[in-house]
Design a protein around this ligand. Sequence first.
Ligand SMILES: Nc1ncnc2c1ncn2[C@@H]1O[C@H](COP(=O)(O)OP(=O)(O)OP(=O)(O)O)[C@@H](O)[C@H]1O
Ligand SMILES: [Mg+2]
Length: 402
Amino acid sequence: MVEQRKLVNMRGRTIARSETESFKQPSDFFVLASIFTNFCYRSVPMDLGEGAYGSVLGFQSKFDDAVGIAVKKYAQRCFRELQLIRSLGHENIVKWISAYTVAEPLSSRNQGPYSIYLITEYAGLDLRIRLNNEEKNKQYTLRSFKRMISELLRALKYLKSANVIHRDLKPSNIAIDARGKLTLLDFGMARAFNINQELTTDSGTCVYRALETIVVWHGNYAAWSMDERLRIYDDKADMWSVGAILCEMITGLVLFYVQVEPGKTASAIDVIRKALQICGPIPDYVISRFDTDSLRKKLRKENANASPRIDFIQYFREHGRSWLRREIEADRVDLDDFINRTLVFDYEDRMSVDEALAHPFLASERRLEKEVVAHFQIQDEENRSVEKWQERILEFINNPNP
Ligand SMILES: Nc1ncnc2c1ncn2[C@@H]1O[C@H](COP(=O)(O)OP(=O)(O)OP(=O)(O)O)[C@@H](O)[C@H]1O
Ligand SMILES: [Mg+2]
């Protein structure tokens, strides 16, 4: 069932915003009408969210309360996300249903001549909303969070086998359905790993991102060759986010939270500073891998003010949700090791997805038969102009088997 939700920010306050804000173009009418006739969905659409790349509406099935769809309207380039979601097939990855393009009148806000809509299966409320709901959270035990992390890791293992890094793991990109099943959403920043073009700058939050991901995005790497990038960056970038998400599950607090003015996102340097207070200094050999003297200088200067690494078990004792404390004590050795091997600045020392799946902390949730891999590799397409991307999208949507 598509659950009603309030729009909440990270601290749980309700944000006033007009519903379905971006679904007001004339073209939206055709798409929504088409959804009602083709999929027989009923009810007033529910606003599921709005992010950097578009806005998302949810609809519930006329016939079956358990089934719903999510419609994401794009404001920007989206070819890679469409391609990835249509190609991937995993029980913990959002499922493709269809996509539409509709010609936009010239007056519209949209950047191109077409609006693009992606239709996926509704996967439940996102984890940011779930974690913000103190009352309902009491249903989650440490064991339920372990199950979610295991499901997330299985999705990552599958992605890795298909040559894909998600690069934007965070609670709002993870949905949890009414039965607690996890679905990974939002492939807007995901890339095939043999990236040979720019690692685009993204306006989203970097509080869940690994150091190397933050500096790749905010540093001056445009001129780097693939080999040079691979020296500092690989698929373990997603594992840092797994550690940050697990901490947030346990405490309900964003681990690397940085206070910013409403409507703004924390800057890269603020997030790095926060990480230095929690995880201790960055080893100098990691800093020396990074490009540009100025970046290295900046990081070394920040490093001089780093605090000693915190004791995570002590942090959970102080800030963990009260009903999890018994389980945390019972599991403290494995939990401590799990966190300390994910929140590691050097990606080479960071735990891999396979090591995490086999970690004793998750032993009770291990399901080897569910650790499936893809039998294909996603190849990234070369960069194009906005017009050429639009052409490619039309060709892709109109061709069921590209
Ligand atoms: N299939 C789905 N099932 C349930 N909820 C969904 C689904 N797709 C999207 N959502 C909701 O809509 C929100 C925005 O979707 P998505 O993350 O794909 O967009 P985005 O614009 O790329 O977001 P951002 O840039 O903020 O990460 C999600 O955080 C989630 O709450
Ligand atoms: Mg998102």
